[in-house]
Design a protein around this ligand. Structure first.
Ligand code: MTE
Length: 323
């Protein structure tokens, strides 16, 4: 049967995803059934979210002091939009996963540092957070699907975490991995996806001042649907690099292949830097829609962060830097 494919930004938001699943009819049909279930659960979001926040032993540390070096060119997105329109495939291949994500248990939660490090370590998330230089940053965020938001993230520079992990001098990449628990994350029972979710970047990118580890948003602990208790944010790259609910950080000398690149390497690559002039194979990246509004803005090269990161890519012009 022939399936008529529309471009990403012509689709209803509930179905616009970076997914290779559009190429796979069987997956698409299963995802549709899945969506109906979670839409019901989504009605429970505010209540269960509040419980999750209370249970967080580091909740009293918030709000963190804002670092004024990172400024926005647009208003902040509404908290309700940023926390109810999500991509978190572990809980479903649609946007209304916030209700289903409440099944994730956040404590105890540990993060393991392994691979090319002086010593493999496993640390409790609350102990890690207390040792890190905490701050709040206002960042633009751009999904590969051409929606965008502006968010106050709380956390610490990734460089501080890399220093903490003490990688060996031969390490060239760092890879982050999401939890794996198909009992709570029904998406992980869909075995055609390459679980667990991972993605990575070069050590030079990871130690760039913009790379940020997130534990909170809007002055509070980050909700489960946005990747609690620890997620990664890299504002000059598409959102799919920004691994949620991290349990492992691995240092390596081999370039990693992330979740989306494994699924569909013709559409998603390692670098994933934002560039309005390089379209996704199925839609334009020239503009973006701000979440919760009808406003479209022109997409900015490196999402407007070129002054911080453009130098990282000198000499790499022959690489596929913008996918
Ligand atoms: N991390 C995990 N573990 N699973 C995911 O499905 N989706 C990615 C990224 N991190 C994803 C993930 C994508 S495609 C995007 S756009 C962002 O998370 C969405 O982050 P948000 O829901 O906080 O807006």
């Amino acid at each position: 049967m022939l399936i008529k494919r529309r471009r990403g930004w012509e689709m209803p938001e509930s179905s616009a995803t970076p997914e290779a699943v559009y190429l796979d009819r069987r997956t698409l049909l299963r995802a549709a059934g899945f969506g109906a279930l979670s839409a019901v659960a989504a009605g429970l979001v505010p209540e269960v979210r509040a419980q999750g926040v209370e249970a967080d032993p580091t909740a009293s540390l918030y709000p963190f002091q804002r670092n004024m070096r990172y400024r926005l060119d647009r208003p902040l997105s509404e908290e309700k939009d940023a926390t109810t329109f999500n991509n978190f495939y572990e809980f479903g291949s649609h946007k209304s996963i916030a209700g289903a994500a409440q099944a994730l248990k956040l404590r105890p939660w540990t993060v393991t540092f392994d691979g090319m490090v002086e010593k493999t370590m496993t640390v409790d998330i609350d102990d890690l957070l207390k040792q890190m230089p905490r701050e709040e940053r206002l960042y633009r965020f751009r999904c590969v699907e051409a929606w965008a938001m502006a968010v106050p993230w709380s956390g610490f520079p990734m460089k501080a975490m890399v220093d903490f992990a003490r990688p060996l001098s031969g390490a060239r990449y760092v890879v982050m991995q999401t939890f794996m628990d198909p009992k709570v994350a029904s998406g992980q029972r869909q075995t055609w996806y390459p679980w667990p979710y991972t993605d990575g970047l070069t050590i030079a990118e990871a130690t760039n001042e913009l790379a940020f580890m997130v534990t909170g948003i809007y002055g509070k602990p980050v909700p489960k649907q946005n990747g609690a208790p620890l997620r990664f944010v890299t504002p000059w790259k598409y959102g799919f690099k920004q691994v949620k609910s991290i349990v492992k950080v691995t240092f390596t000398d081999k370039r990693p292949v992330g979740y989306w690149e494994k699924l569909q390497s013709s559409e998603y690559g390692f670098w994933a830097n934002i560039n309005p002039q390089v379209p996704h194979p199925r839609w334009s990246q020239a503009s973006e829609r701000m979440l919760g509004t009808d406003e479209r803005r022109p997409t900015l090269l490196f999402n407007g962060y070129g002054e911080f990161v453009a130098d990282l890519y000198k000499g790499l012009e022959n690489e596929r830097l913008y996918a």
